[in-house]
Write a protein that binds this ligand. Structure first.
Ligand SMILES: [Zn+2]
Length: 271
């Protein structure tokens, strides 16, 4: 059996959490990630018949029965993942129609998965229906997107258009735009359900005055999506208090979408 710390999915996860911390997106124990793996990917490194512990999930997700996830731990700091991956991460397989998580590796201090695990699983279920290649749910607190939710209208079309107008790559990276949930109490199954619903039409869902969740087929893709939106929000926060002399007109946004063969969210351009 190969050493799991040498697995590509493990080094990617460690690099990603470290990078997110370094970007200032995951202060203290903020943020969480779940990465869905093929059972055979994990089986190169683990005896899949050896369950260390069974942890109740608090939800039902028959669609995810038997699915394997590498996930960050509750109360754990992203900055520490690189030094103690087996404490701060865990590899689980969902059983009992998703009501139980079988721990196959990690959470060595007796810990368990992020408190947002139900929200992650609901988002995976919802997104897989519209995008069977989706593997990642990533939640974090980037400062500029967060700041923007205090000063910008939370209408999804208006918010998306502003981000698209901040740099030309935005409409190319997220032609589906961003969806937004108002400020609510986090960690509830209701927020999980609401987020999952929003994930059906966009890969980025902003939780006003809290943070956001991004999705993708790889850790790089989800990270890059958040990175691009956060850059746009940073530009917006630099110029929001200044007279706007120039902008990216809709004709250019449309041209960019055509150039890259993408379909912008229906009705979001004034053309
Ligand atoms: Zn959060």
């Amino acid at each position: 059996m190969k050493d799991i710390l040498t697995a590509p999915f493990m080094s990617e996860m460690i690099r990603t959490t470290t990078n997110m911390y370094d970007h200032g997106w995951d202060e203290r124990n903020g943020g969480n990630i779940s990465l869905m793996l093929e059972e055979k990917e994990a089986a190169e490194y683990l005896d899949m018949g050896k369950v260390l512990r069974t942890i109740p999930t608090g939800f039902t997700a028959p669609e995810l029965e038997g699915k394997v996830f590498l996930v960050t731990g509750t109360g754990k700091y992203f900055k520490n993942v690189q030094y103690a991956p087996a404490v701060n991460l865990g590899l689980v397989r969902l059983a009992g129609k998703g009501t139980e998580a079988e721990l196959l590796w990690g959470f060595e201090d007796g810990g368990k998965f992020t408190s947002e695990f139900p929200a992650h699983m609901m988002s995976h279920v919802a997104r897989l229906k519209v995008d069977p290649g989706n593997r990642v749910v990533m939640h974090c607190h980037p400062a500029n997107l967060l700041a923007m939710t205090y000063v910008h209208d939370l209408n999804e079309r208006l918010f998306t258009r502003t981000l698209w107008q901040m740099c030309t790559e935005c409409i190319v990276v997220f032609p589906d735009g961003v969806n937004i949930l108002p400020c609510v109490v986090c960690g509830t199954n209701q927020l999980g359900l609401d987020t999952a619903e929003k994930m059906k039409t966009a890969r980025l869902v902003i939780w006003a005055q809290h943070g956001l969740s991004g999705m993708g087929s790889t850790l790089d893709e989800a990270f890059g999506l958040i990175e691009t939106a956060e850059k746009a929000a940073e530009v917006y926060m630099k110029i929001a208090g200044l007279p706007r002399v120039n902008t990216i007109p809709d004709s250019i946004l449309k041209g960019l979408a055509e150039r890259f063969g993408l379909t912008p969210r229906e009705g979001y351009l004034d053309l």
